[in-house]
Design a protein around this ligand. Structure first.
Ligand code: PEP
Ligand code: MN
Length: 355
């Protein structure tokens, strides 16, 4: 299904990259919300985020202040002129947020993953014209992400955007949620007109990672950033380790290098031609390799040998991995390439043997 989209144009907000949304993970108290909002507004932030209802992995954590906090968002809007954004996870949240005049809604990662909840939200939004930002689902499932966007779009909402907030993994090493950039890149390829925001706070999980992740997102052509910022991050009631003060946020945004996404590609023409020639050669070489593999298949069939010769396979992977390193390529990358080539060789030999 094609999405029917409209640009998210907000009067008073420059239509340039990056479009920045900032604010605390959660609205905690009126004082914390107002203090953070005033500082962010002073630094020129135009869109304020704060979670009112918080989906927590385990019970017992701070689950958000609820409806009471919506009045604080109203106050932020009145006093600073910033647009406000909050997360909705069910129809009740939608009604309450709309009633309170929240300007932008976002769907959290746990909700995107649940088609029933998405349909309930879409139905609650039918006939309403409000920008909706859909975070990726917790699992690396692009179809689920697109499906959630389609549900909202089918309810008649056209001002949509996606938020890339990384994907859950069992081993949390550097990142709280793995970036797996190829997934939002594929989303861009599939739906080129859909703006994509990056949420470096939830990808990184720690404040040191916010700046490099913002830069990476900008270099990949993302349209916006949604960043958690708190007037006193260490004392935050949720996601303390990943929030930055408004001053630090301002510094991070200031340091960003924004490269032009619409530059002419004329100068790249020659280099791209060379790449095309390399790719032609690669295909020819691969085809030749497969022909040889099929000949080996015929030999194995005539001599009643098994297809998979494990020693030979390990030898190829190790030898080529080491060779790749010498040629300035990552050994794991080369191994992956040879695994794929080997899989196809086995497949071709199977066809010969089963003929
Ligand atoms: C949030 O934005 O604070 C949040 C809960 O995010 P996510 O849905 O990405 O976990
Ligand atoms: Mn958070």
């Amino acid at each position: 299904m094609e999405l029917e989209l409209q640009k998210i144009e907000l009067p008073g907000v420059p239509a340039e990259r990056p479009l920045v949304i900032a604010g605390p993970c959660s609205a905690e108290t009126e004082e914390q919300v107002m203090d953070t909002a005033r500082q962010l507004a002073k630094h020129g932030v135009k869109i304020f985020r704060a979670g009112i209802w918080k989906p927590r992995t385990k019970p017992g954590g701070f689950e958000g202040v609820g409806v009471e906090g919506l009045a604080w968002l109203k106050k932020v809007k009145q006093e600073t002129g910033m647009y406000t954004a909050t997360e909705v996870a069910n129809a009740k949240h939608v009604f309450e947020a709309l009633k309170a005049g929240v300007d932008i809604l976002w769907i959290g990662a746990r909700t995107t993953a649940n088609p029933f909840a998405m349909q309930e939200i879409a139905d609650a939004l039918r006939g309403v014209d409000i920008p909706v930002l859909v975070k990726n689902p917790v699992s690396p499932d692009l179809e689920l992400w697109i499906g959630a966007l389609e549900r909202i779009n089918q309810a008649g909402l056209k001002r949509l955007a996606a938020i890339h907030r990384g994907f859950s993994s069992f081993d949390k090493k550097i990142y709280r949620n793995l970036p797996q950039w190829h997934i939002p890149i594929e989303l861009r390829r599939r739906i080129p007109d859909l703006p994509i925001f990056c949420d470096p706070s939830h990808i990184g999980g720690k404040r040191e990672l916010v700046a490099p992740l913002c830069q990476q997102a900008m270099d990949l052509g993302f349209d916006g950033l949604i960043i958690e910022s708190h007037c006193n991050p260490d004392k935050a009631w949720s996601d303390a380790s990943q929030q930055v003060t408004p001053d630090v946020l301002d510094f991070i945004l200031d340091q960003l290098v924004i490269r032009d996404t619409h530059q002419s590609t004329e100068n790249l023409k020659d280099l791209r031609k060379q790449i095309d020639e390399c790719d032609d050669d690669l295909i020819q070489i691969l085809a030749k390799r497969m022909r040889v593999a099929r000949e080996i298949g015929t030999y194995k069939k005539e001599h009643d040998m098994t297809i998979l010769q494990t020693d030979r396979y390990s030898e190829i992977l190790n030898k080529r991995g080491a060779q790749g390193t010498q040629c300035d390529m990552d050994a794991d990358f080369i191994k992956k390439v040879f695994e794929a080539i080997h899989e196809e060789s086995v497949h071709q030999q199977m066809e010969i043997i089963n003929k």
